[in-house]
Design a protein around this ligand. Structure first.
Ligand code: HEM
Length: 155
């Protein structure tokens, strides 16, 4: 004969706790999958680190380097900051992008398909180097792709 307490604990409370625990775990999983891309990438500093690295790689590239040759240090720093702000804002971070839109800021530069591919390769290498998971890397690449029509002018 078990006491009423034992019966309550085993038949009532324990299963209830199990249901509660499993729904909490599911909710935590849901929260992670619903978090903004900004949060899933690791926030502001993580995005800045990726942009810094990509800019170093493309500025050193034989073909793409022409866009940053003979530009002042401060001009490059300012542009890099605007790129960070742009990505942070678009990825769901709480930041207002105060730069110019992509078409306006790249029009006339004659950026071609090959330039674009060099940039995307540098981005892919950097996402890999910083161990950005597959889902987030895919979303970053998809986002960059949405800007391509406003940036690439030549085939
Ligand atoms: C091969 C591709 C690209 C090249 C060669 C390129 C080159 C440049 C250059 C030279 C500037 C400076 C313009 C100026 O000082 O007036 C600039 C500005 C900028 N770029 Fe790009 N860019 C490329 C792709 C992208 C992409 C994919 C993004 C965003 C995801 C981006 C975001 C920006 C932003 C936010 C600015 C600053 C706009 C402003 O000054 O208001 N660029 N880019």
């Amino acid at each position: 004969m078990h006491s009423w307490f034992y019966k309550f604990a085993v038949k009532g409370l324990f299963p209830l706790l199990l249901v509660f625990a499993s729904t909490s775990i599911a909710a935590a999983g849901d929260e992670r999958s619903q978090a903004s891309l900004y949060e899933r990438l690791g926030g502001y500093n993580a995005i800045t680190a990726v942009v810094d690295e990509v800019v170093v790689q493309i500025a050193a590239d034989e073909k793409l380097g022409r866009f940053w040759a003979h530009r002042g240090k401060d001009g490059i720093a300012r542009e890099k900051q605007l790129i960070v702000d742009f990505i942070v804002a678009k990825a769901g971070g709480s930041l207002y992008y105060r730069g110019r839109e992509m078409k306006l800021s790249h029009e006339g530069m004659q950026i071609d398909e090959q330039d674009w591919e060099i940039l995307i390769d540098a981005l892919k290498n950097t996402l890999h180097k910083f161990n950005v998971p597959a889902r987030e890397s895919r979303e970053v690449l998809e986002f960059f792709d949405t800007t391509k029509k406003d940036i690439v002018e030549k085939s």
